[in-house]
Design a protein around this ligand. Structure first.
Ligand code: BES
Ligand code: MN
Ligand code: ZN
Length: 499
């Protein structure tokens, strides 16, 4: 799906469908919707009068123009209440409209107005970006290995702006939205792919190819290099796997930022989590292919950051390992030493995410980062606590926490602050080593974050537990089809643009 912009009048567009909008409770539509209504002889006012369509957020109504307009169809999308309208509502409107049109076999292309730049009071560029994000995120189709492919939705859309003086602003917004949504969809692809297709080396190949396309520096460390660096905690997790672990490093260094302290993003990339010797039950284990959702978000974010040409230095580190049971596997009771020299004792080989992060967070100290943010599908317990409504946010620095909360608010990728109480440390004190990798059931989210904090090296740091965010089984949000969500990409791009 490709989006372009043009100066013109929506009423005059000759295409399969045009999209106009309506705030809830409006009975006399104005602007573009009013113009279309007049051309249709009052059909939209009659639609409202019938009571079938109230302009509720995300609702759609389809009218056939029957020759009254050059376009075959008119789709009216509800924007909800005007005083509650925001970027999230604009994204939802565009996504709902795209989804409704993709259910019509005859719609290959459509034209749309921007939602909310006029009466909605949004900045035109931000509204255009939200429109592009909503439409392209709704258009996503996961990788498919069936011989017969599902029907594809519309191939192209054109965003129509009446005011020629605004066209450049609108185009910039649409292009930004398109760059970001493309990267989110790539992150969704990585998460969707099963572990026999996307294992650490395959993931590294994809990252390298993407880096070449968008102009990022890409370095991949294999197991020999990681052994050389002393990353014994990470390597222990990889021991039972026939696949080699990979540390994927992507660097975005715009000219003149070589000396800047970088923002460093770290992603948990367990390409499959069986639990290892502390093996998980079979039921639902297939979904542990999504245990690299943090790495996918980081690699996706770096792609978007490069495409947008964001003017600060950003480094992405994806720590990619497969957690398998085998004769070579690490065991409960094992004592490990990592890159920082800090030691840890294994209680469960299924608490592997914090282990690979321990070495990744030790590794990134070499960049003297301005801030480090890690994203990880770390605990089942975060889903029990917050559900799929928000990721858990832990931070050792107030300014970083505030920046992340602001980015979450702006993008709608919610975060909820969680504590890093000193007392959690008591629960994870080791017998023979400094720390142990599980503090038991009580406070399992807090102790996992506390474990990771132990391996940070003095820099401002935040940890996002995204275990409940990376996959969805429902279609409640039209911009997030069933399956991989790509959660975190938009949040991190927003953060990189802010700090
Ligand atoms: N990858 C899992 C966490 C997870 C669980 C993600 C469910 C998504 C859905 C993680 O590696 C894990 O197994 N965590 C354990 C930790 C425990 C052994 C201390 C958990 O949450 O049960
Ligand atoms: Mn696990
Ligand atoms: Zn895991």
């Amino acid at each position: 799906m490709q989006l372009t912009t043009t100066q013109g009048n929506i009423v005059e567009q000759s295409t399969d469908a045009i999209v106009v909008n309506l705030f809830e409770g409006i009975t006399e539509p104005g602007g573009a919707t009013g113009a279309v209504d007049r051309a249709l002889g009052g059909a939209i006012r009659r639609l409202i009068g019938s009571g079938d369509f109230t302009g509720e957020a995300g609702a759609t109504a389809l009218l056939y123009s029957q020759g009254a307009l050059p376009a075959e169809r008119v789709l009216v999308v509800g924007l909800g209440k005007q005083d509650q309208f925001d970027l999230k509502a604009a994204r939802k409107a565009a996504a709902s409209a795209h989804k409704a049109l993709s259910q019509l076999k005859g719609v290959r292309q459509y034209a749309t107005v921007i939602h909310g730049a006029g009466a909605g009071g949004l900045e035109p560029q931000a509204a255009a970006q939200a429109l592009a994000e909503g439409a392209l995120l709704a258009a996503y189709q996961a990788p498919n290995y069936k011989r017969e492919k599902p029907p594809a939705g519309p191939e192209s859309g054109v965003v129509v702006e009446f005011d020629g003086a605004q066209l450049d602003t609108i185009t910039a917004g649409v292009n930004a939205g398109q760059a970001i949504a493309t990267a989110v969809c790539h992150a969704r692809d990585y998460v969707s792919e099963p572990a026999n297709i996307l294992y650490p080396e395959a993931f590294a190949r994809r990252a390298r190819q993407m880096a070449e396309e968008v102009g990022l520096a890409c370095t991949v460390l294999g197991e020999a290099e990681m052994r050389e660096l002393g990353m014994g905690i990470l390597l222990a997790v990889s021991q039972g796997s026939a696949r080699e672990a990979q540390l994927i490093i992507l660097e975005h260094t715009p000219p003149g930022t070589e000396e800047q302290q970088p923002l460093v993003l770290v992603g948990k990339g367990i390409t499959f989590d069986t639990g290892g010797i502390s093996i998980k039950p079979w039921d639902g284990m297939w979904l542990m292919k999504d245990d690299m959702g943090g790495a996918a978000a980081v690699i996706g974010a770096l792609e978007a950051i490069a495409r947008l040409g964001i003017s600060r230095q950003v480094i992405g580190v994806a720590v990619c390992v497969e957690n398998m049971p085998d004769g070579n596997s690490f065991r409960p009771g094992d004592i490990l030493t990592g890159i920082t020299g800090k030691t840890c004792e294994i209680l469960s080989t299924d608490a592997e995410g914090r282990l690979v992060l321990a070495d990744a967070l030790g590794y990134v100290a070499r960049y003297s980062p301005a801030a480090v943010v890690d994203l990880a599908t770390l605990t089942g317990a975060i889903g029990v606590a917050l559900g799929p409504q928000a990721a858990g946010l832990f931070a050792n620095n107030d300014a970083l926490r505030e920046s992340l909360l602001a980015a979450a608010e702006k993008t709608g990728e919610r975060l909820w602050p969680m504590p890093l109480y000193e007392e959690y440390m008591e629960e994870i004190k080791g017998e023979m080593a400094e720390v142990k990798n599980s503090g038991g059931r009580m406070g399992g989210v807090g102790t996992s974050a506390k474990f990771i904090e132990h391996f940070t090296e003095g820099y401002p740091w935040a940890h996002l537990d995204i275990a409940a965010m990376v996959w969805t089984n429902n279609e409640r949000n039209p911009a997030t089809p069933k399956g991989a969500t790509g959660y975190g990409v938009r949040l991190l791009v927003e953060l990189a643009g802010q700090i």
